[in-house]
Design a protein around this ligand. Structure first.
Ligand SMILES: Nc1nc2c(ncn2[C@@H]2O[C@H](COP(=O)(O)O[C@H]3[C@@H](O)[C@H](n4cnc5c(=O)[nH]c(N)nc54)O[C@@H]3COP(=O)(O)O)[C@@H](O)[C@H]2O)c(=O)[nH]1
Length: 955
């Protein structure tokens, strides 16, 4: 037991106060003790059987330390001198013994017990009693009795008896009072409450009543009631058990006083005739009573403390166990949560992995979304998921996937127009924000959908908008609950993750579709492109091969599309192509594959062409449908088409050859004037073969320099002089002789060989011009025809400039003849190029004027020097008033625009006369001269120097 004594006084004032209090207490204790005295028969005077000051002295030293001894001395002196009126020397001797008994008793106890608490246990109680008795007997009693003997107060005969009475009386006083003082040092301390105090007070009161009864004679017959004195023992035991050492100390003290009181007053079992006997009995009683009580109290206290300590240990252990259990539970809960989260995360991650795998392996979007929903539902048992996709119009939701929702609900939601209050998904798609509806039955967003939702057993719906990487809303991901529910953070995490993945899948599929479209569909018309058509054709060929069926290919090309494109513009051309595509689409069967290969080339794959008649009829119908007028640039425009047909297996067995043969057949159709259908025949193949051969020969001709320049003179109608020469190409074929351009020019144009050939012509013309100039024969101009493909070349200006520079020919003497088609071909670029040529000093003429879809507005724009009236108008002008009018108008127009006008193909004098009368500036034609080789032109030029050309011009 830890004794919590009040702190010993350390300051002089504190110490003085302690001394004073102790002296007062000691004085009072001595006064009380000296009131209860018995006279001995041996005539040793009056003796107190119970000397309480010893108890106070020992308790004070034990509690406050040895420094309090002056308090004991003062108290004892005051009593001895003032009350007993002893001589000072005797009093000092006696009181020195009192001081020493307290000091030594306390010191001895401390030494023996190793503790400062006499009530710590049975052992300390016994050691306390022993130490006090020893100190009292050896010091106080011995000194006191010795002083009394010396002072003549006591005889030597009574000394031994007195010594014993002294020793026992002081020891009894110590045992009766010291425990009381020592045990009540912290009144109100732990374990004492009102109930306990009351109980203790009751027991003590009962014990006192019984003891007083026993001593006071209620139960007692003088001389025979000795045993009754021990009636107090059960109460002592009771008190020890119920009130501990404190109650016991109180009871011991009170019982001691009670027994003393009664005995002194002649009552109780210890009253004897011999006072000494009474003293012995009373002292013995008090010693036994106090020792028994204190031992019992101490043992019980010890046991209590042990029990308490054990309880405390148990409590601490319990606390530790509880705290450990709590920690363990917390750790367990954390672990379970972490495991749960991890398992969930792994589950979700596995699910997402499965979705991405589906995506990577190119599964259809429907399948991917299905797997995503399946995985999401598995990650959070109890939920039902759906994905709604936003329609192309961005206003309606379409069923995406919903593996666990009933059909009727999916149908109810499919086609729903989105809005700020249209269910959870409709609102989420509309606002682009998450929408949480905890109770479908009460939420206003679900007013229009409550019935189907209730029928499907749905009660809560949390929806997340599905978005593209750019943030565009693609649809909505919905999580449904079958009861009222608000989402937990992990639910929202699941919802967001699933919506995000859905966005990736949808967007990826959209990109794939777009790429597929770009790779397989023609952007302008939406029809399949060449690549898609070829693969469809290959597929159809395999099928036809297995089924031994016939398939057909239509190769369709618009007649004069280029002209429309050039004259009316590309936008109008595009519109025409779209109209043609639409008409074709409306007139072929759905299982016939329609495609646009490029430009104005369309193809149709007929998967069933066994019926020749049906094939022919379909082709004819297409021609007829396409020939109906088109509304282009605000006016009805007639466009026709040419169709070539090849058949599998009749004409070829592979896709490329079938397509080529259909193309050949179409070409034949075109050659025959267009707007017709031609089935492929092997002979056509021969023609195509011929074209290829011609192309090869042209290449060789270029290498071998087999081209010749012919020149056709152009005459000034006013002066009759040869003012110009048109350069016309001839091919000196090693086998077929001289070949005109009409035979090879289309192939040269088609193959692109016209570019090197044209450049060669330009150079040769310039070189010839320089040669004539050196001979003084050069006419005003040499006109060179420029083809469309030459004019389209970006390096054309550079080529002309370089040729002029390298040959040394004067740009002012060069005229370039460009057809209307060539001029219209390049749109805005034409003006730039013409201006560049003009800047170089080159002259420009529009060839075949009036035959194309020329826009007169261009005449104003283009820096053209000359209009060349086409031969076709000149040919009939004498007997076709329309042609005559056109020619006359063209001449007038040219002049009004400050252009010179030349007429070509003049074959008759009448034509010449007409032109002369209408003021045409120049003429060119067989009437005047056929195209001639350079040598003959040289002669002509020489002759002109001596003759008047006017004379040669037929009148
Ligand atoms: N890009 C190039 N085109 C060229 C070149 N050389 C010729 N051509 C073009 O070929 C077409 C045919 O030319 P060709 O057979 O030489 O015929 C020309 C004349 O011979 C012919 N002509 C001239 N006068 C008459 C006539 O009175 N009657 C009649 N029946 N034919 C006549 O006309 C052709 C010239 O036409 P044009 O060029 O429109 O002035 C022809 O389109 C040539 O342009 C070349 O090097 N490059």
């Amino acid at each position: 037991m830890n004794v919590r004594y009040p702190p010993a006084p350390t300051t002089p004032a504190g110490l003085a106060a302690a001394w004073l209090l102790l002296a007062a207490g000691y004085f009072l204790a001595a006064l009380v003790s000296s009131q209860f005295v018995l006279s001995s028969s041996q005539d040793i005077g009056l003796w107190s059987p119970l000397w309480l000051p010893t108890g106070l002295g020992v308790a004070a030293v034990l509690r406050l330390g040895a420094r309090v001894w002056p308090g004991i001395l003062f108290g004892a002196l005051a009593h001895d001198l003032l009350i007993l009126e002893l001589p000072l020397a005797l009093a000092l001797s006696l009181d020195a013994g009192n001081v020493l008994e307290a000091l030594v008793g306390a010191a001895l106890f401390r030494r023996l017990s190793g503790s400062g608490d006499p009530l710590a246990g049975a052992r300390t109680v016994m050691l306390f009693a022993l130490a006090v008795f020893t100190a009292v007997a050896c010091l106080s009693a011995s000194l006191g009795v010795g002083a009394l003997i010396l002072g003549g107060v006591v005889s030597w005969n009574d000394a031994g008896l007195m010594w014993w009475i002294w020793s026992l009386g002081n020891t009894a006083g110590a045992l009766a009072l010291a425990p009381l003082l020592l045990s009540w040092h912290d009144v109100g301390g732990r374990g004492w409450n009102r109930r306990r105090l009351l109980e203790s007070a009751l027991i003590i009161a009962l014990a006192l009543v019984v003891t007083h009864g026993a001593f006071g004679g209620w139960l007692n017959t003088p001389g025979s009631g000795l045993p009754l004195s021990f009636l107090a023992l059960p109460f002592l035991a009771w008190t020890a058990f119920r009130s501990g050492i404190r109650g016991t100390a109180v009871l011991v003290f009170l019982l001691s006083l009670t027994s003393l009181w009664n005995t002194v007053h002649g009552a109780g079992p210890f009253v004897r005739d011999s006072g000494l006997e009474s003293v012995w009995l009373l002292q013995g009683y008090i010693l036994v009573l106090s020792l028994t009580g204190l031992l019992l109290g101490a043992v019980i206290g010890e046991r209590e403390r042990a029990r308490h300590s054990l309880q405390q240990t148990l409590n601490e252990q319990e606390d530790r166990i509880q705290s450990g259990t709590r920690e363990l539970r917390q750790a367990n809960a954390t672990l379970e949560r972490e495991i749960g989260e991890r398992t969930r995360a792994e589950r979700i991650s596995r699910g997402h992995g499965r979705v991405l795998e589906q995506l990577a392996t190119g599964k259809p979007l429907q399948d991917i979304l299905y797997v995503l929903l399946e995985e999401t539902e598995a990650a959070r048992p109890g939920i039902v998921c759906s994905i709604l996709l936003l329609d192309a119009d961005g206003r309606h939701l379409r069923h995406g996937a919903a593996p666990s929702l009933p059909q009727h609900y999916c149908e109810a939601v499919d086609g729903l127009e989105i809005g700020p209050r249209v269910g959870s998904c409709g609102a989420a798609s509309y606002t682009g924000e998450r929408v949480i509806v905890e109770d479908i039955m009460t939420h206003p967003y679900w007013d229009g959908l409550r019935e189907p939702a209730a029928a499907a057993g749905l009660r809560a719906c949390w929806s997340e908008p599905v978005k593209s990487a750019a943030g565009e809303v693609l649809g909505a991901f919905g999580i449904y609950q079958r009861e009222v529910a608000s989402p937990r953070p992990e639910d929202l995490e699941l919802l967001t993750g699933a919506a995000h993945l859905a966005g990736i899948a949808i967007e990826r599929k959209q990109v794939e579709e777009r790429l597929f479209e770009l790779a397989n569909y023609d952007k302008l018309t939406g029809l399949a492109n060449r690549s898609a058509f070829t693969s469809a054709l290959n597929h159809a060929l395999q099928h036809a091969h297995r089924q031994q069926a016939r398939i057909g290919i239509f190769f369709l090309d618009l007649d004069n599309f280029k002209l429309i494109n050039d004259t009316l513009g590309h936008d109008v051309g595009d519109q025409l192509l779209q109209d043609v595509a639409r008409r074709l689409d409306e007139n072929v069967r759905s299982d016939d594959q329609l495609a646009r290969l490029g430009g104005d080339e369309f193809t149709v794959l007929l998967s069933d062409a066994d019926d020749f008649q049906r094939v022919g009829e379909l082709a004819e119908r297409l021609l007829e449908v396409l020939a109906r007028p088109y509304q282009l640039a605000g006016q009805d425009t007639a466009v026709t088409a040419s169709i070539g047909i090849s058949l599998y297996p009749d004409d070829a067995e592979d896709a490329a050859t079938l397509l080529k043969n259909a193309d050949i057949a179409m070409y034949r159709s075109k050659r025959q004037g267009g707007h017709s259908v031609q089935f492929y025949t092997p002979e056509m193949n021969a023609e195509a073969h011929d074209r290829l051969q011609l192309e090869n020969e042209l290449r060789k001709a270029l290498e071998r320099d087999e081209f010749l320049l012919y020149f056709q003179p152009q005459w000034d109608l006013g002066g009759g002089t040869l003012v110009g020469l048109e350069v016309l190409l001839r091919w000196q074929h090693p086998v077929h002789g001289l070949i005109g351009p009409d035979r090879f020019m289309p192939t040269a144009e088609h193959s692109g060989l016209i570019v090197p050939i044209g450049n060669r012509v330009l150079r040769a013309a310039c070189e010839q011009g320089v040669a004539w100039r050196e001979q003084g024969l050069l006419p005003q101009r040499i006109a060179v025809n420029i083809s469309s493909r030459q004019f389209q070349r970006q390096d054309m200006i550079e080529v002309i400039s370089r040729t002029l520079a390298e040959t040394g020919f004067d740009a002012g003497r060069l005229e370039l003849e460009l057809t209307e088609t060539v001029l219209m071909d390049n749109g805005d670029a034409t003006v730039t190029m013409l201006r560049a040529l003009k800047a170089m000093g080159v002259h420009l003429a529009i060839d075949d004027f009036g035959t194309g879809y020329s826009s007169l507005a261009y005449l104003k724009l283009f820096p053209i020097d000359r209009l060349k009236i086409d031969r076709s108008f000149v040919m009939d002008l004498t007997h076709d008033s329309d042609d005559a009018a056109i020619v006359a108008a063209t001449i007038a127009l040219g002049h009004n625009l400050n252009r010179t006008v030349i007429a070509e193909g003049v074959e008759t004098p009448a034509q010449l006369e007409f032109l002369r009368q209408h003021g045409c500036d120049l003429v060119q034609g067989y009437l005047l001269s056929r195209p001639l080789p350079a040598e003959e032109i040289t002669e002509l030029l020489r002759a002109q120097r001596v003759a008047t050309p006017e004379a040669d011009v037929p009148a």
